[in-house]
Design a protein around this ligand. Sequence first.
Ligand code: HEC
Length: 171
Amino acid sequence: MRAPRFFLSTAIALATLLASGLLVSGCDVTPPAPPPPFMPMATLPQLMHGVVDPAADVLWASVGSIVTKDGVEDFFPRTEEEWILVENAAVMLMESGNLLMIGDRVRDHGEWMTMSQGLIDAGKLALTAAQSRNPDEIFRVGGEIYAACDGCHQRYWVEGADPDGAAPAAR
Ligand code: HEC
């Protein structure tokens, strides 16, 4: 009677496997986990003053030219440390776009989101430029960053659309 007993235990094992398989596939229909609980802390002006503006300033101030008695002199990051500061500023700008897309900072789900994404995209370009140690590209992307700030300010912060803002050319 060895063979039937063997058969029986195999059948039980198979049934158990099938049952656990059913249990596993049963998990597929449980509702998805709730999204992570974002807790936006800073007000929009605080975020602008505390994070966005200082980061943009670092970027804009990192390349340019000055007029000296000997003529026009270009300046740009030269040391590893100086380049890393520009990289960090680009990272802050890039991630700030995400911070504008959460909580009560969101003004609408159309243009606001597009413009926040614009800051992410410009920040990403700045990061690539800094990583490739390319001062000309930093200068060019500085203009794109400025356009991202100004576009949103023109649309959502009317008083902010003033030329005193933070024109890269003036820095
Ligand atoms: C997606 C929209 C958006 C983008 C992008 C954006 N801002 Fe703003 N920013 C605003 C709004 C809206 C205000 C007005 C906030 C208020 O007063 O309620 C503001 C205000 C500010 C302020 C003044 C804060 C105050 O009220 O005192 C500064 C400084 C500023 N932004 C800098 C920047 C810079 C620099 C950039 C780009 C690197 C930028 N912002 C990008 C929407 C944006």
